[in-house]
Design a binder for this molecule. Structure first.
Ligand code: HEC
Length: 199
């Protein structure tokens, strides 16, 4: 009898524990999936927590290889939330509300004319300090004229970035993406094996 009561008590504790775990998980991911936030005058607010999202990849356009002034200096670190990455891999399209963050970072100690440096692992390009941020947001109603995505530049300079940014014009941003990546939901997937991976 006593053992039975003990067993019920243990099952009760386990059930409470399982309930806590199951309910905690959606709460966490819901908080992570906040989606784009706008100011009252329609500017996009600087995304928060993006360095904890999935790191999709990093192209690098060193200043030294671009007449001293790359359009996007120099590493381009791209982040997306996990749920949106999973949806893209499955369908080839990002869900509404997806935010892609491209945070720029300068190369370190460029001691060669091409901007490269010698480090313990070899000659190459190594990251130093953050140097800017560009963001795209998917919303097929709000951004119907620019391929379903809105484009925002929070500054190409050291931290801190702007806290809010007005939508960039089609000439500044979307035109190039629509021309070059129109078939892949405006993301340049050829540069991101993580977006192309099926597992
Ligand atoms: C002349 C073409 C061109 C223009 C203009 C341009 N981009 Fe891009 N963008 C690219 C290319 C190519 C990539 C991927 C490779 C890279 O980052 O070097 C990219 C990548 C991105 C990414 C990472 C996700 C993705 O789509 O691959 C974001 C975010 C982004 N751009 C935002 C912007 C914003 C905001 C502007 C305007 C301020 C802008 N871009 C202007 C060509 C362009």
């Amino acid at each position: 009898m006593r053992n039975k009561q003990g067993l019920f008590a243990a099952m009760f504790v386990l059930a409470i524990g399982a309930y806590a775990v199951l309910t905690a998980v959606p709460a966490v991911s819901a908080a992570g999936k906040r989606g784009p936030q706008y100011t009252s005058d329609g500017k996009l607010m600087l995304p928060v927590g993006y360095r904890d999202w999935v790191f999709v990849g990093a192209t690098v356009t060193p200043n030294a290889l671009n007449n001293g002034k790359a359009g996007f200096p120099e590493f381009h670190n791209v982040y997306v939330e996990q749920a949106n990455l999973a949806a893209y891999r499955k369908t080839g399209n990002f869900p509404e509300g997806t935010i892609l963050v491209k945070e720029l970072t300068l190369v370190r100690n460029s001691s060669h004319p091409d901007g490269s440096a010698d480090e313990a692992s070899g000659r190459g390009f190594f990251m130093s300090e953050f140097s800017g941020m560009d963001v795209t947001v998917k919303d097929s109603k709000r951004y119907a004229k620019t391929g379903n995505w809105g484009f925002y530049n929070f500054g190409h300079h050291a931290l801190p970035y702007a806290t809010a940014a007005a939508e960039a014009t089609k000439e500044e941003c979307a035109g190039c993406h629509m021309a070059g990546a129109g078939k892949t939901d405006l993301a340049w997937i050829q540069f991101y094996p993580i977006l192309r991976a099926k597992n």
